[in-house]
Each structure stands twice: as structure tokens, then as C-alpha cells.
Design a protein around this ligand. Structure first.
Ligand SMILES: NC(=O)c1ccc[n+]([C@@H]2O[C@H](COP(=O)([O-])OP(=O)(O)OC[C@H]3O[C@@H](n4cnc5c(N)ncnc54)[C@H](OP(=O)(O)O)[C@@H]3O)[C@@H](O)[C@H]2O)c1
Length: 181
């Protein structure tokens, strides 16, 4: 069974973006990039919610490029019940995201990265489909914005696997999601 990762850069007060999708506060430090590079090498599939997809498209238009070679050999899926088309190179999934990820997980392949956002992740956590959580916690209280974790219908037990402070003030932590009691 393939491993499903979820994670990203968040503020200490649980935001992955500020109002207006602002991610200008994210520190792209060398240490985070090195860990990210390792994770990319283990994947062949990215799954994202429609809002993350739209935010990523805006960034690409503004000239923000993904890390070199990051997307080669990777299949991307956008989950949406409202979009009717996406440009070539991305796959639009209009079915329920939980059933889709459950099926993907059972197929042969490398690992799967749920790139965001928190809204999609909530349904996947509740369905026990996420195996690993990686967070790059930024030293910032943003006060408002887009949450990483939403209220859930049950607690999700985690086991700490790695934790390290970065020189730029961020804290990286990775967790294994434990089976619920
Ligand atoms: N800091 C970081 O590392 C990071 C990483 C990723 C994203 N972000 C930011 O996060 C924001 C977007 O995150 P978000 O949590 O607001 O939204 P999101 O999860 O990216 O997208 C939500 C949308 O995805 C679709 N969706 C969600 N769950 C689904 C399911 N179970 N089945 C089918 N479709 C489903 C729906 O699209 P429809 O409404 O079309 O049906 C829903 O409105 C952006 O601002 C982005 O920049 C930050």
C-alpha cells in the first residue's frame, strides 16, 4: 500500500496562508528545501484541492517556479466538484476525494503527496487515508487566514518521528498517523 503524505508550511497559529491567499511569509530555507527534495524523490503522485490548485496557478503565472525537476515523472490530480476543465498536464477529478484517494492508495506506485489544502486534508484524515504528516512551523502568529487543520469529527493520534529546529527560526516536525483506538 502506498504511503500518503500531507504537509506544508504553517504558522504557529495554524494558518497555511494569510487573507487573500498570502504566502509571502513562508521562509524557503535550505534545510527545508533539502528535506523537501528527499520527499519529492519518493513520490510519483500529487493530489490537491481546487483552491490549492488555483493558488499554485496564480504563483506560476507570477513567475514562481517549482524546484528544479520537482514535477518530472509526477502525475498531478486536482479534486473539485465545480471545475469543468483544467489545462493539459493536470488531471481533474470530479468524484468524491475520499474514494479517489482510497483507490489511488491501493494501486501500484510510489508515494502520494497531498499538497493541500487543509480543507481536503480534513476529509482524508477523517477517512484514515493520511499516513504521514510533515509541518514546517514558522515563528509567526498570523492572526487570520486559511487554516491547516480544521475541526474534525474525531481525534487523530500521532507519533513524532522527527523534529528539528532550522537556522531560520522554523521548526520541522514529522509524524506518523496512528490507527485510531
Ligand atoms: N503553506 C503551505 O504549505 C500551503 C500548501 C498548500 C496550500 N496552501 C494554501 O492553502 C489555500 C487553499 O487551501 P484550502 O484548505 O482553502 O482549500 P483546498 O483544500 O486546497 O481546496 C478546497 C476545495 O477542494 C475540493 N475538495 C476538498 N475536499 C474534497 C473532497 N473530499 N472531494 C472532492 N473535492 C474536494 C473542493 O473544490 P470545489 O469547491 O471545486 O468542489 C474544495 O472547495 C491556498 O491559499 C493555498 O495557497 C498553502
Amino acid at each position: 500500500m502506498r504511503t500518503v503524505f500531507f504537509g506544508g508550511a504553517n504558522t504557529l497559529d495554524n494558518f497555511i496562508a494569510g487573507p487573500g491567499d498570502d504566502i509571502g511569509w513562508i521562509r524557503h530555507g535550505k534545510e527545508a528545501m533539502a528535506l523537501l527534495g528527499k520527499m519529492w524523490a519518493s513520490l510519483d503522485t500529487i493530489v490537491m484541492g481546487r483552491k490549492t490548485y488555483e493558488a499554485t496557478r496564480r504563483l506560476l503565472k507570477e513567475g514562481e517556479a517549482p524546484p528544479d525537476g520537482a514535477l518530472s515523472g509526477i502525475t498531478s490530480y486536482v479534486l473539485s466538484r465545480t471545475l469543468s476543465t483544467v489545462p493539459a498536464g493536470t488531471n481533474l477529478v470530479r468524484e468524491d476525494g475520499v474514494e479517489f484517494v482510497r483507490r489511488l492508495k491501493g494501486e501500484r506506485g510510489k508515494d502520494i503527496f497531498v499538497m493541500g489544502g487543509g480543507e481536503l486534508a480534513r476529509s482524508l484524515f477523517e477517512a484514515s487515508l493520511i499516513d504521514r504528516l510533515h509541518v514546517n512551523i514558522h515563528p509567526l502568529l498570523l492572526g487570520s487566514g486559511v487554516p491547516l487543520f480544521h475541526p474534525m469529527t474525531r481525534p487523530i493520534p500521532l507519533e513524532l518521528e522527527d523534529c528539528r529546529p532550522f537556522k531560520n527560526g522554523c521548526i520541522y516536525a514529522s509524524y506518523r498517523v496512528l490507527p485510531s483506538a
